[in-house]
Design a protein around this ligand. Structure first.
Ligand SMILES: Nc1ncnc2c1ncn2[C@@H]1O[C@H](COP(=O)(O)OP(=O)(O)O)[C@@H](O)[C@H]1O
Ligand SMILES: [Mg+2]
Length: 355
């Protein structure tokens, strides 16, 4: 028996959810393509879980419309939505063994006993746990419990699979492996998956698209590359990848390019619709190049802090344009704390911001 995906797309049209005076989700609209993995990314309290629970039907919108596979499900309960969810806490039944846990939803839904068993076994095979049927949850590691939770959601063959911070109870090494496994399963079965995390690295690693949320709204959405290379706001620039946010002046536009004045140094880059005048430049830590010699186009930088981290070096620099955080690959001769470097910028890792 095989697990089949009946993937559907998901659409929010101006969906709001209030809890008394709290606006948890504020008129958000988005579309998730069938068969893709989309991450809801943002700091704690920004409305990710509420959004996910509204897809699941565990929470109803105060206003707006939710469509799954083109069908208006805004008022449908969870049981009529064909959606399953993997919880942060796994939510396994402690008194049931692995195969009973995986088959639980199938038993509720009907079908013959042997069909249910076959399907549960197929689900366990998908997550690499064949042979663990008779174990109790207490006899499994955290990663194995997470796999059981994923299998239990998969066997229901949902049209949308939801994950709410599924890896937060695992250690760093296992998190990386589990996120790769989840991504592989999702792509292999062409599932529509919505994945909530507050971890930007995890979001970059697993997503087709990322919806960045801030204070109940969507700050920006796009592919991981778009969000990293072209953040629209200070919040997104800083939240994804980290950035130095530096005041600059846009001198002139020339087609799609602008000449930007950064502390007396002229830089050429896409203006992305930011008008001439005062602006903010996001500079990725790796876009700061350190040199020993002064030269035209370089800014003097005092090395305030230097840290060796094996694969790379981290520097805190004091410059005329402010304090900068810089990252350099290890290998080149390091700069010592208290010395002066001369830095230039880019070409990649620079983005003009609207606000
Ligand atoms: N059942 C609830 N009752 C009251 N307030 C809630 C409830 N659920 C969520 N909230 C509030 O809504 C906001 C968004 O919460 P949530 O969606 O859980 O955020 P996130 O998952 O991004 O951390 C928070 O301010 C939270 O306190
Ligand atoms: Mg949450």
């Amino acid at each position: 028996m095989k697990i089949a995906a009946r993937s559907a797309d998901v659409e929010f049209r101006s969906v709001t959810r209030r809890f008394g005076p709290v606006v948890a989700v504020d008129a958000i609209s988005f579309r998730i393509e069938s068969g893709s993995l989309v991450t809801l990314l943002g700091p704690s309290g920004c409305g990710k879980t509420t959004t996910l629970r509204m897809i699941a039907g565990l929470e109803m919108p105060s206003e707006g419309t939710i469509l799954i596979g083109g069908r208006d499900v805004s008022r449908l309960p969870a049981t009529e939505r064909d959606v399953s969810m993997v919880f942060q806490s796994y939510a396994l039944f402690p008194h049931m063994n692995v195969i009973e846990n995986v088959g639980y939803g199938l038993a509720v839904g009907g079908g013959s006993r042997s069909e249910q068993l076959d399907k549960a076994r197929a689900g366990l095979a998908l997550v690499g746990l064949s042979g663990y049927e008779a174990r109790m949850p207490s006899e499994l590691s955290g990663g194995q419990q997470q796999r059981v939770a994923v299998a239990r959601a998969l066997v229901l063959e949902p049209s949308v699979l939801l994950f709410d911070e599924p890896l937060s109870n695992l250690d760093a090494k296992l998190r990386r492996r589990m996120r790769e496994e989840i991504r592989e399963l999702q792509q292999g079965l062409r599932l529509t998956a919505v994945y909530v995390t507050h971890d930007q690295e995890e979001a970059l690693a697993v997503s087709d698209r990322i919806i960045v949320m801030s204070e109940a709204r969507i700050a920006q959405s796009g592919s991981p590359e778009e969000l990293y290379d072209a953040p629209a706001t200070r919040f997104v620039a800083d939240f994804i990848g980290g950035a130095n946010l530096v005041p600059c002046g846009i001198r002139a536009h020339d087609g799609a390019r602008a000449v930007v004045d950064l502390g007396g140094v002229a830089l050429d880059m896409p203006h992305r619709g930011v008008p001439p005048g005062a602006a903010t430049l996001a500079i990725r830590p790796h876009a700061i190049n350190l040199h020993r010699e002064a030269a035209a186009g370089r800014v003097a930088a005092e090395i305030r802090k230097a840290a060796y981290l094996g694969s790379h070096l981290e520097y805190t620099l004091s410059t005329a344009i402010g304090e900068l955080f810089a990252v350099q690959p290890a290998g080149a001769a390091p700069f010592a704390q208290g010395t002066t470097a001369h830095v230039d910028f880019g070409p990649r890792g620079l983005a003009l911001l609207r606000d």
